[in-house]
Write a protein that binds this ligand. Structure first.
Ligand code: MSP
Length: 521
């Protein structure tokens, strides 16, 4: 049995979750579910990043303690994941002692080995990004990342000797093409590494920021939030706590991240691991952003889409499907009401939902609500069968290469093709004419296609595909071996009545305002 360890970024608890967070987590869930379908032993980790300036600021604004701020917000994330059918195996909060203990042990070890040293530092500091920048990196005296004003700060701090690992990292990235994906992100990191790499300031004096993990060797300081947060990927599977479990899961197979946090994951994190003597994760995959119009959807831009709102109108599965099919992994994608309705009506209401309702209706009226017997397949049936089995055959390749959108597009094409098959063979006329044998073959072929397609789509739409499968008396959860074979559906199985799986959306379902501004409650 292969193991598969997938992570999401751990999200800040300064505000409630939005579609950007939901997207990464759904993507991780879809990958986890595909790997489970393929028989892998899966560990899927998500969680929350609870320390640092952003959280301290949010707590102050809301008149709460930092812990209250974290405790309140974490509930929203957990509720949303439950609502979105997320099947994570662990949820880590960086304020938990199982995490803080490991961060402190790592810091002490690196300090003892002089990988961390103390020095006076003056530099340009951005409060929003919690980062120091070199003068040459500033953009017109502003933060190059968020364009807000920076402050010149002089203070004693602790530094991680990151710079000396630069050549090693360049070499590692060049030797391991699968390490940073997509390829253009890899080139971006190599470009970044062409300049000098500074040592990393890993402390914050408590008088400036009190909310963090105390340095074990100097109680006047807390740990820089990124040095704390990245460690979640090893503290959760048991680093320095449960050697057996840690050896089973580490290294991670994939860290899924948005493109906004690439440097921390492809420069800081590998160097931290190297200094600790740990192996590298197999892949860091950076996806693009969901945009509203042309802008990144973000809390600070005030243009976020509230997932709860949206799901109430369209259902969880359609929402998951849209996010997965509409974003080519790596690229940005735009979220608009129009594209949502168009996609939903085309793929789900008109094609998949319609195919199911056609097949079940005729089975009800002409086959006594049972799966009919089939004759030997003719060339049309064989072509359809080959097509759908070929999609199953390609499933693992699509999943391993992060081409979920391609896999979904294949399935949608097959469903469309099956509807065309029905239009050509006209089972409603076969039924009227009493051509029972041919009618059985046509309906059986369409139902088998639905069985296999529902299996392929199950990791993306688990609830709806589970319902679809139950219509034909199939187990809700598919097994890959059954998807690889034609003829699994048992003639004689009772066909249960089903309300429309995806009712057509005739009018805007998402409130106006996505284009123009915030729609959060
Ligand atoms: N806490 C850090 C991550 C630490 S990981 C060790 C952080 N948190 S965050 O709450 O800001 O979440 C960032 C992540 O949310 C992005 O990397 C991305 O996965 C997701 N997204 C946030 N906005 C997004 C979009 N508009 N579109 C797509 N995903 C985005 O950074």
């Amino acid at each position: 049995m292969k193991k598969f360890y997938v992570t999401t970024p751990i999200y800040y608890v300064n505000d409630k979750p939005h579609i950007g967070h939901a997207y990464t987590t759904i993507l991780a869930d879809v990958l986890a579910r595909y790997h489970r379908l393929m028989g892998d032993d899966v560990f899927f980790l998500t969680g929350t990043d609870e320390h640092g300036q952003k959280v301290q600021q949010a707590a102050a604004n809301g008149g709460m303690t930092c812990r209250e701020q974290a405790d309140r917000t974490v509930v929203r994330f957990k509720q949303l994941w439950q609502h979105l059918e997320i099947t994570h195996d662990d949820f880590i909060r960086t304020t938990e002692s199982r995490h803080t203990r490991v961060v402190q042990a790592i810091l002490q070890d690196l300090f003892d080995r002089q990988e961390i040293y103390e020095a006076e530092y003056d530099g340009w500091y951005c409060v929003g990004c919690e980062r120091f920048f070199m003068e040459r990196d500033l953009a017109e005296r502003q933060c190059p990342e968020c364009r807000r004003p920076v402050e010149c700060i002089t203070e004693r701090n602790y530094f991680f000797r990151m710079g000396k690992y630069r050549d090693w990292l360049i070499d590692y990235i060049q030797q391991h093409p699968e390490f940073i994906q997509p390829e253009f992100r890899r080139n971006e990191t190599l470009g970044f590494l062409r300049q000098d790499l500074n040592d990393l300031c890993i402390s914050r004096p408590k008088n400036r920021l009190a909310w963090g993990i105390e340095l074990p060797f100097d109680s006047d300081y807390v740990t820089y939030v990124w040095f704390d947060a990245l460690v979640n990927y090893i503290s959760a599977p048991g680093y320095r706590a449960d050697d057996g479990r840690f050896a089973k899961w580490w290294p991670a197979d994939i860290h899924l991240i948005g493109k906004d946090i690439i440097t921390t994951h492809t420069v800081y994190w590998p160097i931290m691991l190297k200094a600790m003597g740990l192996p590298m994760p197999r892949t860091v995959f950076a996806h693009g952003w969901w945009l509203t119009g042309r802008e990144k959807m973000s809390k600070s831009a005030g243009n976020v889409v509230n997932p709860f709102d949206l799901i109430e109108r369209v259902g969880v599965d359609a929402f998951r499907y849209f996010l997965m099919v509409e974003m080519t992994l790596g690229q940005d994608a735009s979220f608009t009401e129009d594209s949502f309705i168009r996609r939903y009506n085309a793929d789900l209401a008109n094609d998949l939902g319609n195919l199911l309702s056609r097949v079940t209706k005729i089975m009800k009226t002409s086959c006594d609500s049972r799966v009919p017997l089939t004759e030997d397949p003719g060339s049309e049936e064989q072509a359809l069968r080959d097509r759908v089995l070929d999609a199953v055959h390609r499933l693992a390749g699509c999943v391993d290469n992060f081409k979920i959108d391609t896999l979904l597009t294949h399935s949608a094409d097959i469903v469309r093709e099956t509807n065309r098959y029905l239009e050509r063979t006209q089972p409603w006329i076969l039924a009227r004419e009493g051509s029972t044998a041919k009618l059985g073959t046509v309906l059986y072929t369409a139902a088998e296609t639905l069985r296999i397609v529902s299996g392929i789509l199950f990791p993306v739409m688990p609830a709806k595909m589970g319902e679809l499968r139950e219509v034909f008396g199939l187990p809700r959860v598919p097994v890959l071996d059954d998807l690889r074979r034609w003829g699994v559906l048992q003639p004689g199985n009772t066909v249960r009545p089903v309300p429309p799986l995806f009712p057509r959306l005739g009018m805007p379902v998402i409130r106006d305002g996505i284009e123009s501004g915030a729609i959060e409650k």
